[in-house]
Design a protein around this ligand. Structure first.
Ligand SMILES: C[S@@+](CC[C@H](N)C(=O)[O-])C[C@H]1O[C@@H](n2cnc3c(N)ncnc32)[C@H](O)[C@@H]1O
Length: 149
């Protein structure tokens, strides 16, 4: 199903933009919908932003550490967040997004590598259990957490 209206999607961990482009396919209206994505590596962030601009797609790459970008740069609210940078920082990032009101009730949360990096992701997974948030782990090769806040 395609997401309609002003869908705003946040990704943490851009790399070369492959997953951002995949997720863009789920946004029906590129006039009002968009993806914001955070990448620590300055060269990678610049190259990916250039590629997105050349493609003419609504993807904005924020260069910097996710903690700083969440604290100082992002605004509004996001419908979906995809966590795919440092696995041991997933919980910290989720809590920072919640504390700033950037995500909240109804937000779709996706987290990659919860099976193949299960030790690092354990505190993140436990948060959903402890807070009784409905969630599933999709058994991809890496394991994808899907939850609705
Ligand atoms: C697994 S790759 C992302 C892959 C991408 N989501 C995809 O599937 O196409 C993780 C990326 O997160 C970036 N990264 C690592 N730590 C970060 C941080 N603290 N803040 C932002 N980005 C970070 C890395 O530089 C790397 O490019």
């Amino acid at each position: 199903m395609l997401a309609h209206g002003g869908t705003r999607l946040l990704e943490i961990g851009t790399a070369h933009g492959l997953s951002a482009l995949h997720m863009l396919c789920g946004i029906a209206d590129w006039e009002t919908g968009s993806i914001e994505t955070i990448e620590l590596d300055a060269d990678v962030a610049a190259a990916t932003q250039q590629r997105m601009d050349e493609l003419g797609v609504p993807v904005r790459v924020h260069q910097g550490d996710a903690a700083r970008v969440i604290a100082d740069v992002l605004g509004g609210t996001f419908d979906t967040v995809f966590l795919d940078a440092q696995k041991s920082h997933y919980l910290q990032q989720l809590e920072a997004l919640l504390a700033r009101g950037l995500i909240g009730s109804g937000t779709l949360v996706l987290g990659d590598n919860v099976i193949d990096r299960s030790e690092e992701c354990a505190p993140f997974l436990a948060w959903f259990v402890d807070n009784h948030v409905p969630h599933r782990v999709v058994p991809t090769e890496c394991g994808l957490l899907v939850a609705r806040l």
